[in-house]
Design a protein around this ligand. Structure first.
Ligand SMILES: Nc1ncnc2c1ncn2[C@@H]1O[C@H](COP(=O)(O)OP(=O)(O)OP(=O)(O)O)[C@@H](O)[C@H]1O
Ligand SMILES: [Mg+2]
Length: 361
């Protein structure tokens, strides 16, 4: 009896939504436990939000829905609320085994395509390693993977006897990309649950080992991959990449809002293709407007993590399998990426220090 009532409770909860979100609370992973005995149902909700009022509303709604079910005389709904910065702990509690050795998962994302996410992700990852951290780079852009080209790897990863996938290692970092397992000529149409499955495999089946930072390069926009990821693994935060044009800044805001909505802290904004440095005379020209990234960061109360100039050398680095921070470790571009890496470390550490679980029952 208890099993079928519990099943009915899960079923009923999968039609309940958190106020303002379009997906149900079960698929978001907010329902931690359901139990039933002698007419009393117990539902434990774990969620991370600033919106305590909405959370209380949700608790009342869950109670109402569950008490309406056959076999339930009364429902006890326990609500464990954590501040958004503790998203990491929350996801760990839900899914402790997926990447147990990874301390900080950092998403590199943008609202708009082609602003340089993959370039920033690759150079940021290598810079962090150059600063002495243990680093992995996960190419989570399942629609258009770029890590194989940027790191010049065109073989398939090795799978050991335990079915664990060994990541590639190059320039001091561990690498994995869907591009390593999916044929370049195969049109990849991954949607909804398939995105989730592909990402879970890239995370869970890969032998990442102990890492200080796992940098994730996301597809543009605010789609399934970001949502899936934020629900499946503890995320230290997101780095939003933008270019200085108004339209890109507008999209950066959307990206930032999306991460905040799913309770992933935003570590800050990087302004890429910020200005053009003339290779022969060294004069710096702001082709697009300069300073937009910094202004947007201030406006949206997040950190400005630094700016990367527009330079053909950076494109060459991306195409030749040798990121610029490897090709010219002492150059000014490497210096710019190093500053961004240091700012990311500082922001991630601040976020970690700010994590304060708050429980309201
Ligand atoms: N600072 C820069 N200076 C010059 N070219 C750059 C710079 N950053 C990126 N690029 C170039 O711009 C193009 C797009 O960059 P990249 O692939 O990193 O963007 P993306 O945001 O990951 O794109 P997508 O949305 O398609 O994933 C590439 O050719 C890259 O080499
Ligand atoms: Mg990309």
């Amino acid at each position: 009896m208890s099993e079928s009532v519990e099943q009915a409770i899960w079923q009923a909860l999968s039609s309940v939504k958190f106020p303002g979100l379009s997906r149900d609370i079960v698929s978001f992973g907010f329902v931690d436990r359901v139990a039933w005995a002698d007419g009393t149902a117990t539902v434990e909700l774990v969620l991370s939000t600033h919106k305590t009022q909405e959370a209380q509303q949700l608790r009342d709604e869950v109670r109402r829905v569950v008490e309406g079910l056959e076999g339930v005389d009364q429902a006890r709904v326990e609500l464990q609320l954590t501040m958004p910065t503790s998203a990491a702990q929350q996801a760990t509690a839900r899914n402790p085994q997926l990447i147990p050795g990874v301390r900080n998962v950092v998403a590199v994302a943008s609202g708009k395509g082609g602003v340089g996410k993959s370039t920033v992700a690759a150079n940021l990852a290598v810079s962090l390693a150059q600063l002495g951290h243990k680093v992995g780079l996960l190419d989570a852009d399942i629609y258009g993977p770029s890590v194989p080209t940027m790191f010049g790897i065109d073989e398939r990863p090795r799978v050991d006897a335990q079915q664990r996938v060994q990541p590639f290692e190059k320039y001091g970092i561990k690498l994995m990309s869907l591009g390593f397992v999916v044929d370049a000529d195969t049109p990849v149409i991954w949607r909804g649950p398939m995105v989730m499955k592909a990402l879970e495999q890239l995370l869970g089946d890969v032998e990442w080992g102990e890492l200080d930072y796992l940098i994730c390069d996301f597809p543009p926009g605010t789609g399934d991959a970001q949502l899936t990821m934020s629900q499946r693994v503890p995320m230290a935060g997101a780095v939003i990449v933008t270019t200085p044009q108004d339209v890109a800044l507008l999209d950066a805001r959307k990206g930032l809002a999306m991460f905040r909505k799913v309770n992933v802290p935003v570590l800050g904004i990087v302004e890429n293709m910020s200005s053009f440095v003339c290779p022969s005379c060294g004069t710096e020209t702001a082709i697009f407007k300069q300073g937009g990234g910094e202004r947007t960061a201030t406006e949206l109360r997040t950190d400005f993590l630094g700016r990367i100039p527009l330079d053909a050398e950076i494109v060459l680095g991306g195409d030749s399998g040798e990121p610029i921070v490897v090709a010219q470790p002492d150059g000014s571009h490497s210096e710019a990426f190093r500053r961004v890496a240091e700012a990311v470390v500082a922001a991630a550490e601040r976020q970690a220090a700010a994590r304060q679980p708050l429980t309201i029952v």
